[in-house]
Design a protein around this ligand. Structure first.
Ligand SMILES: Nc1nc2c(ncn2[C@@H]2O[C@H](COP(=O)(O)OP(=O)(O)O)[C@@H](O)[C@H]2O)c(=O)[nH]1
Ligand SMILES: [Mg+2]
Length: 475
């Protein structure tokens, strides 16, 4: 090997060691703060469109401008002691673009779809309750919330971390065989079935098939389906040249592992799949989710209800598949220091402003039915589970129509009454689905939002969320 190659290998090795040391230092710092009760790490979990970015912006806004945003909303114990909150970045990581998002929202534009992982740190300071709380005499006690935002598509991919290529093909086969997927791409389905996995790999044929497969995944996403793997193929901002491309060789269903030579389709797709899982899926699962102690799972129930039976059923299955990967339970101080489990799981139904006040309890019942399986598993490990329904930014106002509370919304400057069919109480039956047929969940226009330092932003139950996430401050 030439001298230059050795040099560059050594340099790369040194870079990797420095990075590992940096990650270790960061982990132990976070672990120590967590063990002392000074920091919580929160993952906003939810599929694309669930409302994660909007919620995060609204949440930070609530904390930074608390006196204005929650004039009467703060819980009494903390109200008298509140000093201030500050937004910070997490050293060495991409920061959540809070200022940009706030600017967009004020201009009436919803957040752009999230393309990568970003983090933020909100430090909250309170006057100490008694002297013992403030042994260093700083005049305050502080608590930090570290929060991550990332594309929902990354979440959809997590189950791949536990699947070999052959298992993923079997999973794709079963899904592809059912409606509505089958009618979304009947020709592609047949082509994938006709392709012999043991035949020699042909890059040109692959390019054509891959383009059709990617297009099919995008159509699945538009149809409201929640098992769309690999999720990174449907992200607009993803650079295709950086992501290993592969397709499911459906003909291998029931025959895997296929006995095939190293130049076969099977061998090539297996290599690329393994590369995708080890390079993208597992690092995300390990680096991010194994450091979290509170998981907020956001769900756009209305969106799924209006997209029909398959969408809701797939949302239920997909959530259960993802949530079972996490490590639930209570932490001793040593766990907090090195490898915390998720102690708190909170399910949040978003966009509550689109639901008639009389039917808001229906959302709560439906949410409980949707996640019942995951709740049982988490509670078994003694994780605390809570449910909430909220609107990060309320786009509707409650008015009176024919003597009943009704929803008013501004669309293109005109006030309009917002209506929707009766929402099911619990898991929908055939009658509920018939009532929901032909209904589209509304995409509401943002209300006029003033400068956060001067005017409160309309929302539903954001104060309760702040209180819930800052539970440690009661201690
Ligand atoms: N009515 C209403 N719509 C919302 C709210 N939050 C989000 N949305 C809608 O949901 C879309 C997706 O929200 P976003 O926060 O980008 O979701 P993410 O993909 O999970 O980050 C937005 O473009 C809005 O149309 C809310 O509080 N109320
Ligand atoms: Mg987002």
């Amino acid at each position: 090997m030439a001298l230059n190659q050795w040099k560059s290998r050594l340099n790369a090795g040194a870079r990797r060691s420095r990075e590992t040391l940096r990650q270790l230092a960061e982990r132990s710092d976070r672990g120590l703060r967590r063990a002392l009760g000074h920091r919580s790490c929160i993952a906003l979990t939810g599929f694309s469109g669930a409302g994660k970015s909007t919620l995060l912006s609204s949440f930070i806004n609530q904390l930074l401008h608390l006196e204005i945003q929650q004039a009467n909303g703060l819980w009494p114990d903390v109200q008298d002691r509140w000093l201030s909150a500050r937004l910070d970045s997490v050293a060495g990581h991409t920061s959540y673009p809070f200022a940009d998002q706030m600017g967009r929202l004020q201009q009436g534009v919803w957040p752009a779809s999230t393309q990568g992982l970003s983090r933020c740190l909100v430090e909250v300071r309170l006057a100490p309750r008694h002297r013992l709380q403030d042994v260093r005499g700083r005049g305050y006690v502080s608590h930090e919330l570290e929060i991550w935002d990332y594309p929902g598509e990354w979440l959809m991919d997590l189950p791949l971390a536990k699947m070999r290529y052959g298992q993923w093909v079997a999973d794709s086969f079963v899904n592809f065989n059912n409606e509505p997927r089958n009618s979304l791409a009947p020709e592609l389905y047949q082509q994938l079935l006709d392709l012999d996995p043991a035949s020699p790999f042909d890059p040109l044929e692959f390019d054509g098939l891959f383009a059709r497969y990617r297009d099919f995944l995008k159509r699945c996403k538009t149809a409201g389906l929640h098992i769309v793997n690999p999720g990174r193929f449907v992200l607009d901002g993803a650079d295709p040249s950086e992501i290993p491309a592969f397709i499911p060789l459906l003909a291998a269903y029931g025959k895997s592992p296929v006995d095939a030579s190293s130049d076969s389709w099977w061998a090539e797709m297996t290599r690329r799949y393994d590369h995708y899982v080890s390079g993208f899926v597992r690092p995300f699962l390990e680096q991010v989710f194994l450091q979290v102690d509170h998981q907020l799972v956001l769900v756009d129930l209305l969106g799924s209800l209006s997209q029909g039976r398959q969408s809701l059923e797939e949302l239920r299955r997909s959530l259960a598949r993802v949530l079972q990967l996490f490590n639930y339970g209570q932490n001793g101080w040593l766990d907090k220091l090195v490898a915390p489990k998720i102690e708190q799981l909170t399910f949040v139904a978003t966009k509550l402003d689109s639901v008639l006040p009389s039917q808001r309890p229906h959302m709560a019942d439906l949410m409980r039915a949707l996640v019942a399986e995951s709740v049982q598993a988490a509670r078994f490990e003694s994780t605390h589970v809570d449910h909430m329904e909220l609107a990060a930014i309320a786009c509707t106002r409650v008015g009176q129509r024919n003597g009943e509370p009704a929803l008013l919304v501004d669309q293109q400057g005109e006030p309009m009454w917002l209506q929707h069919p009766t929402l099911p109480r619990g898991w929908p039956n055939d009658r509920d689905w018939a009532a929901l047929a032909d209904w589209q969940a509304p995409q509401l226009q943002l209300p006029a939002l003033g400068a956060p330092l001067h005017s409160p932003w309309p929302n539903i139950h954001m104060a309760q969320l702040c209180q819930h996430l800052l539970k440690e401050l009661h201690a």
